[in-house]
Design a protein around this ligand. Structure first.
Ligand SMILES: C[S@@+](CC[C@H](N)C(=O)[O-])C[C@H]1O[C@@H](n2cnc3c(N)ncnc32)[C@H](O)[C@@H]1O
Length: 264
């Protein structure tokens, strides 16, 4: 039998009544254990054997596990949008070939950075974003909804994202052919890039199985126009994608590529 690690929910020290209420409601919705913060002396002593959620004013909702804290923050999306506004190309946005009505299935939500950026370009379109990991999904769902955005584009973009907690494997089974214009997949790299600090925070919580060839066939079936992958050249997936007809679209750094398969 697989033993499930315990999950505790608490608040930051000195949290107000509203944070306590939110934490209790969240714990009860998910069947986790609510613990008042006064009863937890040191979160770091709990987090090897458990996941600990903390509601706070600054970070809205964090989850701690194995010495790592995961919380939602749109700063990378903000920087990438500023670069685009200053005329620099964004390799993801160019590879997706969006127009304002495109419907996108982001099969790997992660921190939600790219879903947010994509949604900014879809005035009448939408992004459906899937996440398999329970804890990544929880943190990003609540973060996307309650983050105190200072930019109008982020508020609008966040409202165009529909989150689904599911593995793409199960999600694909119920989808008709050509259900979305574009399908995007950004799996965890097999060999981590240690410099990517935001993705490193995701690692203890994320699901890291790469997509199989049959998952990729399903992505092609569901996409009306194109399937786009972000992949590292050193990962086995890179060769698999090239062998089944994906082509180079963009190279972001020395060894990270956007590969595309067109359906039209
Ligand atoms: C590299 S991250 C994606 C980063 C994302 N593009 C962003 O902007 O933050 C990959 C994410 O895909 C999730 N994932 C892995 N396998 C999955 C699956 N079968 N179904 C759905 N999500 C999956 C992982 O848990 C992880 O959160």
């Amino acid at each position: 039998m697989v033993s499930r690690k315990r999950v505790f929910v608490t608040t930051s020290h000195g949290a107000g009544k509203d944070h306590k209420e939110k934490a209790k409601a969240f714990a009860s919705e998910h069947g986790y254990d609510y613990v008042s913060r006064q009863k937890i002396e040191d979160i770091s002593r709990l987090v090897n054997d458990a996941y600990v959620y903390v509601f706070s004013k600054n970070r809205i909702l964090s989850v701690f596990h194995e010495g790592t804290e995961l919380f939602f923050h749109p700063s990378v999306a903000k920087i990438r949008m500023l670069n685009i506004q200053h005329g620099q190309p964004d390799h993801l946005i160019s590879s997706l070939s969006l127009d304002s009505t495109t419907t996108v299935l982001d099969t790997t939500l992660g921190l939600g950075t790219e879903a947010l950026l994509i949604a900014a370009f879809l005035e009448s379109g939408s992004v459906t974003a899937l996440e398999k990991s329970e804890h990544v999904y929880n943190v990003v769902r609540i973060g996307l909804e309650y983050y105190p955005y200072r930019n109008r584009w982020m508020v609008e973009a966040a409202s165009r994202i529909k989150l689904v907690r599911s593995s793409y494997k199960e999600y694909f089974a119920d989808r008709e052919d050509a259900s979305y214009d574009v399908v995007y997949c950004d799996p965890m790299f097999e060999k981590p890039k240690m410099r990517s600090s935001s993705i490193n925070a995701l690692r203890p919580f994320a699901s890291s199985h790469p997509p199989s060839e049959s998952d990729i066939v399903q992505m092609k079936r569901i996409a009306r126009k194109r399937v786009v992958f972000k992949v590292r050249e050193t990962d086995r997936l890179f060769e698999t994608l090239l062998s089944i007809g994906f082509e180079y679209e963009r190279r972001t750094s020395n060894d990270i590529f956007f590969l595309v398969a067109e359906n039209t």
